[in-house]
Design a binder for this molecule. Structure first.
Ligand code: SF4
Length: 310
């Protein structure tokens, strides 16, 4: 092997090792996998989900606990979807898999007006089909391929466009309380995943088959993050790290921190301070000024699932 080839091999090993380490770290930090888990690995045919499956298989081979991985793809019947690609790939790996078929494409086309983005409804329908399958198949966890950059982008989208501090959690309980969703690539950079997918030669299925336009807000935020990371490398990491270091007393959410109790000297019921300070009791501000009104608390499930749809 010549020097250039050796160097390339070393680089590739380093990248694979980094992705394994970061994935393992996220799994450990959030208690994503335990003995006896039956994990449904959602595979779309994109670089992220291929990488997730690949890394999980590597970790499974060396894990001290035993768990099952089953790859599941939902064929949404987009025109031109190459249905043979995933089954052939998965069979070549010897991985247990299921291809679900549900024509959500026709539903979305019928319901969403021409020119509008279809992703929100499409994702909701996909989620419904996958959750139903998870119940029927007795899966204990559902693994999705979202990565660090998705988490940062979701956080900024919520901040800029929905006035809330929320992102896409690495682990989440579905709204109905029946499913635990995990995101093992939560610490992995998209650029690393893209390089890894290229090196491994995954048979990528383009995600443009449906002809839908990417959500405009997501596009804007993506551009912003890319620009920031060029100007100040490490900034996206900082955003994601900040999500793990939340300080309720340094924010202004009265549902998370009891500001009234701070420095309070009396123990009896408080008078309605709004009455003499000219403010408005909580609950009535929203009607007066929508832009500054306190938001109602959302659950982790709300946050994560909202983003799945984007
Ligand atoms: S791009 Fe949007 S509409 Fe098209 S398949 Fe993906 S989520 Fe669905």
């Amino acid at each position: 092997m010549n020097v250039a080839a050796r160097k390339q091999e070393l680089e590739q090993n380093k990248l694979a090792k980094r992705l394994r380490r970061q994935t393992g770290q996220a799994i450990a930090d959030f208690g994503m996998i335990e003995e006896g888990d039956r994990i449904m690995v959602c595979l779309s045919g994109g670089k992220d989900s291929y990488t997730m499956l690949d890394i999980l298989l590597q970790l499974q081979a060396r894990a001290p606990v035993s768990f099952e991985l089953v790859a599941v793809n939902l064929d949404q019947k987009q025109p031109g979807f190459p249905e043979h690609v995933l089954p052939e790939y998965l069979a070549s790996l010897g991985v247990e898999h299921t291809i679900l078929e549900q024509d959500t494409y026709s539903v979305v086309k019928r319901v969403v007006p021409e020119g509008k983005t279809m992703c929100s409804l499409c994702s909701r329908l996909r989620r419904g089909a996958l959750y139903t399958h998870a119940t029927v198949g007795g899966f204990t966890k559902i693994a999705l391929g979202h990565h660090r950059d998705d988490i940062a982008a979701t956080f900024l989208m919520n901040l800029f466009f929905h006035a809330k501090l929320a992102s896409m959690p690495p682990k989440l309980l579905s709204d109905d309380g029946k499913h635990v969703v995990i995101r093992p690539l939560a610490y992995c950079k998209e650029a690393d995943i893209a390089r890894y997918a290229e090196q491994r030669g995954f048979p990528i299925i383009p995600c443009t088959l449906c002809g839908s336009q990417e959500n405009l807000q997501r596009k804007q935020v993506g551009r912003l993050l890319a620009e920031w990371d060029r100007e100040a490398p490490g900034r996206v990491d900082q955003i994601v790290r900040a999500l793990g270091d939340v300080r309720p007393s340094q924010l202004a959410d009265r549902n998370l921190f009891d500001f009234h109790a701070l420095g309070r000297r009396s123990s009896g019921a408080l008078p309605d301070t709004h009455a003499w300070l000219g403010g408005e009791p909580a609950g009535s501000r929203e009607e007066l000024d929508d832009s500054t009104a306190p938001r109602k608390n959302t659950t982790q499930a709300d946050n994560g699932l909202a983003i799945l749809a984007s």
